[in-house]
Write a protein that binds this ligand. Structure first.
Ligand SMILES: Nc1ncnc2c1ncn2[C@@H]1O[C@H](COP(=O)(O)OP(=O)(O)OP(=O)(O)O)[C@@H](O)[C@H]1O
Length: 710
C-alpha cells in the first residue's frame, strides 16, 4: 500500500511503523490520515492485511517502551497520543469485529430471504398442484394461500422489523459502547448473540411449524380429495347402474307398447273388416228398408185417413160419454135419494117392528136334568103372530127337545114376544134378525141390544160367543156395510169403548185398573150423546182390531175378578161402538151408536140366598135391572099418554146402567132385548120371572124416531 497516497486523501490519520521508525522529530508528523479505501479494508477484514494491527502495536510499544533511549525525547503528549492511538486501534479492531458479525448477520438474513424465496417457489408449486385439484377446492386453497401469504408477509415484516430493530439496537449499542466503554459493549454483544440465536431459533421453529402445517394441510386435502373422489365414483357407479336399469325398463316398456300397438292394430284391422261387412249388410238392409219405408208411407197416408175417420167417431163417442156422465150424475143423485129413501124405509120397517123388541131365546139343556114344559113355535114356520111361548111346571121328566109339546093346564104361563128362538136355534139364526138394527146404527140411530136372563141362561153365549156371538158378528156386519156404503159416498169413523158396571161402579175394561180414576157419565141432550169421563176410547179401523179390543176387555174383566166365573154374572158389560159417517158426495152426516150389553144375572134375592158381598152384589144387580124396567116402562107410558105427559120424568138416574144408556133407550133409539131362559125345571121360577120382565118391556112402544143426522 502507498501511504503517501493515503495521506494525500486526508480522510484519517494512520501511524505507520516506517514513520514511527524514521520520524523522530514529531509523532504527530508520522500520523497520517486513513483514506476511505484503507478504512474499507479495515471494515472488510478479508481485504485487509492481517499484520497491520500487530505491526502497529509493536511499533507503538517500541515507541513507548522499547526505546528507553528516546524516552526523554518524546514528550508526555506524545505518549498520551500514542496510548490513545493504541486504544483507538483496539476499538477499531473491535468495531471491525462487530462489523464482521453484522456482515455475518446480513449473510444469515440473506440466507433467510433465500429460504423465503425457495418457500415461495414451493408455495407456487403447491398452488399449481392445488389449482389442479379442482374448482370446488379453489376457494379454500385460495383462502389457505392468502392466509399463508399473510402469515409469510407478517413473518417477514416481523422478521424485518425485528432485524431493523436489532440493527438499530446494535448500532445504538455500538455507538453506546463506543461512547461508553468496552464492558457494556461485550455484555450487549452477548445479548445480541443470544437474541440473534433466539431469533434464528424462532424463525427456524416457525418455519418447521409452517412446514408441518403445510404437510398436514396437504395430507388433509389429499384425504378429503380421495374421500370425495371415492364418493363421486360411488355416485357415478350408482348413476350408471340406474341408467342401465332405466335402459332396461325403457326397452321392456317399448317392447310391451310395441306388442300392444301391434295387437291393437290387428284388432282394428279385424274390426274394420267386420264393420265393412256390417256396412255392406246395412247398405243391403237400407235398400230393403227404403222399400219398406215407401210402403209404410203409403200405409201412413191410408192410416191418416182412417185416423181422421176415427177422430170423427172419437168426437161422437166423447159426446156420448159426456151424455153418459151426465146420466151417471143423475143416477148418483137418484142413488143418494134412494139411499136416504132406503134409510127412511128401513127405519119405518124397524119402527113397524117396534122400537123396542124382545126376543126370547131358550138355551138347550146341557145335562140330564128335569126340564120345564115349554111350548115354543116352530122356527120353520116363523109366523110373527104365532110367537107365543107357554111355560108349564107340569112337564114330563125329559132331557131334550120336548119343548114343542103343548100342555095346557092351570099352571101354564103364556108369553108373547117379537121372536122366540128354540134351543136348536143358532147364533147365526138370531143375528139374521138383529142385523137390520146394525144397519140402523150406521144410518145414524142409537141402537141398544141387551141380553137379559138369570145366570147360566146363555146371555154371554148369545152376545159374545167367539166368532158367532152378536158382538163379533155385529162388528163383521159393520165393516162389511161400511165397505158397501163407501161406493155410495159414505165414509165412517168407528170408535169403541168397553165398560163394566159392578156394584154401581164404572170400570174401564180397556185400561189397567186404577181405583183413583173417577168415571162420570155426562150427557149432551141436544146432540143425544153420552160420554164417560176418563174412559178409554179407541179408534177401530178393522174387524181384527175390534176383536183384539174385545180380547183386551175380556182379559181385564177376568183379572179384575177374584172369582172369575162369578164376575161376569154379577156385572153388566157394555160394549159401545160409535159410528160417525159422512157422505162425501151429498155432504150428509150421521152419528149412530151401537150398545151391546151383557147384563148381570137376574136371579132374585130370595132364590139366590146370597149373604154378605153376594147379597150386596145381588141387590145392586136387581136394583139396576128393576130401574131398566122402570125406565122402559116410563118411556112407554110417555109415548102412550101422548103430548100431555111428554115431559114425564123418566128415572134414568136411578141406576148407572139406565143413566149410561139414557140416549140409547129413549128418543130415536132402537132397543132389542134378548130374554135368555133356561129350560131346566129347577130354574122355572127364575125363567118365569125373566119372561114377566121381558113381557113388561115388550109391551113398551116408543115414539116415532128420527136419526142423529144433519
Ligand atoms: N144356545 C146355546 N147352545 C149351546 N150352549 C149354550 C147355549 N146357551 C148357553 N149355552 C151354554 O150354557 C152355559 C152358560 O151360558 P152363559 O155363560 O152364556 O150364561 P150367562 O147367562 O151368560 O151366565 P152368566 O150370567 O153367569 O154370565 C155355557 O156353558 C154356554 O156355553
Amino acid at each position: 500500500m502507498d501511504d503517501s497516497q493515503d495521506s494525500k486523501n486526508g480522510v484519517g490519520v494512520k501511524l505507520t511503523p516506517s514513520i514511527l521508525q524514521e520520524s523522530s522529530t514529531s509523532v504527530l508528523n508520522t500520523l497520517k490520515p486513513v483514506t476511505s479505501n484503507e478504512r474499507d479494508k479495515d471494515i472488510y477484514p478479508n481485504k485487509r492485511p492481517k499484520y497491520t494491527t500487530s505491526t502497529s502495536r509493536s511499533s507503538v510499544n517500541r515507541l513507548m517502551y522499547g526505546s528507553q533511549i528516546n524516552h526523554d525525547v518524546y514528550s508526555f503528549k506524545e505518549r498520551d497520543l500514542a496510548e490513545k492511538f493504541l486504544l483507538k486501534s483496539d476499538l477499531t479492531s473491535k468495531i471491525s469485529t462487530i462489523k464482521t458479525k453484522l456482515q455475518e448477520e446480513d449473510l444469515q438474513s440473506y440466507q433467510l430471504s433465500q429460504e423465503c424465496i425457495s418457500l415461495k417457489k414451493q408455495v407456487a408449486s403447491v398452488r399449481s398442484q392445488i389449482s389442479e385439484l379442482g374448482d370446488c377446492e379453489e376457494m379454500s386453497l385460495k383462502s389457505l394461500k392468502n392466509k399463508f401469504e399473510i402469515q409469510t408477509r407478517e413473518l417477514r415484516i416481523k422478521h424485518e422489523h425485528k432485524l431493523n430493530q436489532l440493527k438499530e439496537d446494535m448500532s445504538n449499542q455500538a455507538k453506546k459502547i463506543i461512547q461508553d466503554n468496552n464492558a457494556g459493549y461485550l455484555e450487549e454483544k452477548d445479548k445480541l448473540v443470544m437474541v440473534n440465536e433466539t431469533l434464528a431459533k424462532s424463525a427456524q421453529q416457525q418455519m418447521s411449524e409452517f412446514r408441518n402445517k403445510l404437510i398436514k394441510l396437504k395430507e388433509d386435502h389429499s384425504k378429503n380429495l380421495s374421500n370425495r373422489t371415492a364418493q363421486l365414483e360411488k355416485k357415478i357407479e350408482s348413476v350408471k347402474s340406474k341408467i342401465l336399469e332405466l335402459d332396461t325398463e325403457l326397452e321392456t316398456s317399448l317392447n310391451v307398447e310395441t306388442a300392444e300397438r301391434q295387437q291393437a292394430l290387428n284388432g282394428i284391422e279385424k274390426e274394420t273388416s267386420r264393420l265393412k261387412a256390417i256396412l255392406e249388410q246395412l247398405q243391403a238392409k237400407f235398400k230393403v228398408k227404403e222399400a219398406e219405408i215407401e210402403l209404410l208411407q203409403n200405409t201412413l197416408v191410408s192410416k191418416r185417413e182412417s185416423i181422421a175417420a176415427l177422430g170423427k167417431s172419437y168426437e161422437d163417442k166423447t159426446q156420448q160419454i159426456e151424455h153418459y156422465e151426465q146420466e151417471t150424475a143423475l143416477i148418483n143423485v137418484r142413488l143418494a135419494t134412494h139411499e136416504s129413501d132406503r134409510r127412511a124405509l128401513h127405519n119405518t120397517l124397524q119402527e113397524l117392528k117396534g122400537n123396542i123388541r124382545v126376543f126370547c131365546r131358550v138355551r138347550p139343556a146341557l145335562t140330564q136334568e128335569k126340564v120345564s114344559s115349554l111350548d115354543i113355535p116352530d122356527d120353520e114356520i116363523n109366523d110373527d103372530s104365532a110367537q107365543e111361548l107357554i111355560l108349564s111346571r107340569d112337564g114330563e121328566a125329559s132331557n131334550s127337545n120336548s119343548y114343542s109339546t103343548y100342555n095346557s093346564n092351570k099352571n101354564s104361563y103364556k108369553f108373547q114376544f117379537d121372536h122366540i128362538f128354540s134351543p136348536t136355534s143358532t147364533n147365526e139364526d138370531i143375528f139374521e134378525e138383529i142385523s137390520q138394527l146394525i144397519q140402523s146404527s150406521l144410518d145414524g140411530y142409537n141402537v141398544c141390544v141387551f141380553a137379559y136372563g138369570q145366570t147360566g141362561s146363555g146371555k154371554t153365549f148369545t152376545m159374545s160367543n167367539p166368532g158367532n156371538g152378536m158382538i163379533p158378528m155385529s162388528l163383521d156386519k159393520i165393516f162389511e156395510d161400511i165397505d158397501d156404503l163407501q161406493a155410495k159416498g159414505w165414509k165412517y169413523e168407528v170408535e169403541g169403548q168397553v165398560v163394566e158396571i159392578y156394584n154401581e161402579n164404572i170400570v174401564d175394561l180397556l185400561s189397567p185398573r186404577d181405583s183413583t180414576v173417577k168415571y162420570d157419565i155426562k150427557h149432551d141432550d141436544d146432540e143425544g150423546k153420552t160420554y164417560i169421563t176418563n174412559i178409554t176410547t179407541v179408534s177401530i179401523s178393522s174387524k181384527n182390531q175390534a176383536e183384539s179390543i174385545l180380547d183386551r176387555a175380556t182379559k181385564n174383566r177376568s183379572t179384575a175378578s177374584t172369582r172369575a166365573n162369578d164376575r161376569s154374572s154379577r156385572s153388566h158389560s157394555i160394549f159401545t161402538i160409535r159410528l160417525n159417517g159422512e157422505n162425501l158426495k151429498t155432504g150428509a152426516k150421521s152419528q149412530g151408536t151401537l150398545n151391546l150389553v151383557d147384563l148381570a144375572g137376574s136371579e132374585r134375592l130370595s132364590s139366590s140366598q146370597a149373604t154378605g158381598d153376594r147379597l150386596k152384589e145381588t141387590q145392586a144387580i136387581n136394583k139396576s135391572l128393576s130401574c131398566l124396567g122402570d125406565v122402559i116402562y116410563s118411556l112407554s107410558q110417555r109415548q102412550q099418554s101422548s103430548q100431555l105427559v111428554a115431559n114425564q120424568h123418566v128415572p134414568y138416574r136411578n141406576s148407572k146402567l139406565t143413566y149410561l144408556l139414557k140416549h140409547s133407550l129413549g128418543g130415536n133409539s132402537k132397543t132389542l132385548m134378548f130374554v135368555n131362559i133356561s129350560p131346566l125345571l129347577k130354574n122355572f121360577n127364575e125363567t118365569l120371572n125373566s119372561l114377566r120382565f121381558a113381557t113388561k118391556v115388550n109391551r113398551t112402544k116408543l115414539s116415532s124416531s128420527k136419526p142423529n143426522s144433519q
